[in-house]
Write a protein that binds this ligand. Structure first.
Ligand code: HEC
Length: 158
């Protein structure tokens, strides 16, 4: 008689034990998938950013005729562009800005820069940057990704 009892208890116990184990390993699998997805996403993000920067460097070739950036950057036809994002418009010492740029009173946020690079004459009337503007929104986004790397000292942020 005691044997039957054990036999009656045992299957129930072992079934619930197996179910627990199944649930646990399923959870482990889900966790692994989440971790994998997060890592894949980060790798993708990093690669996408590197791609933007590389594309932006190509766009910057157009700006290079007049602008310098980096640790050795000096004012040329246009002012140096280090630490540009967050900078006040017309604020580089020693650069002879137009009255239009001097009086524009803008903070170079990404939004203001996008509008300026799309249509310099429209965004800052009377400014003397002889550049028609960038037509493609992705060119603007990429060149901003490139410019953003350089801090006020011209060093690239790590
Ligand atoms: C033909 C020369 C020329 C080219 C090409 C050119 N710029 Fe300029 N840029 C200037 C000049 C000159 C000024 C100063 C404008 C003024 O004082 O009115 C200026 C001003 C600027 C400013 C404002 C800086 C400040 O200190 O307020 C930004 C930002 C800028 N340029 C970005 C760019 C970018 C990005 C490109 C390329 C997509 C570019 N420029 C292409 C000549 C140029």
């Amino acid at each position: 008689m005691p044997r039957t009892k054990i036999a009656q208890v045992d299957p129930a116990y072992s079934t619930s034990f197996q179910a627990d184990r199944r649930r646990l390993s399923w959870r482990g699998l889900v966790m692994k998938r989440i971790v994998f997805a997060a890592l894949a996403f980060l790798a993708f993000e990093g690669a996408a950013r590197a791609q933007d920067v590389a594309a932006g460097e190509k766009v910057f070739i157009k700006c290079k005729a007049c602008h310098q950036i980096g640790e050795t950057a000096k004012n040329a036809v246009g002012p140096e562009l280090n630490g540009l994002i967050g900078r006040h418009s017309g604020a580089v010492d020693g650069f002879n800005y137009s009255a239009g740029m001097k009086n524009s009173n803008l903070q170079w946020t990404e939004e203001n820069l996008s509008e300026y690079l799309k249509s310099p004459k429209q965004k800052v009337p009377g400014n003397k940057m002889a550049f028609v503007g960038l037509n493609k929104p992705e060119d603007i986004a990429n060149v901003l990704a490139y410019l953003k790397q350089f801090g006020p000292d011209g060093k690239k942020a790590p």
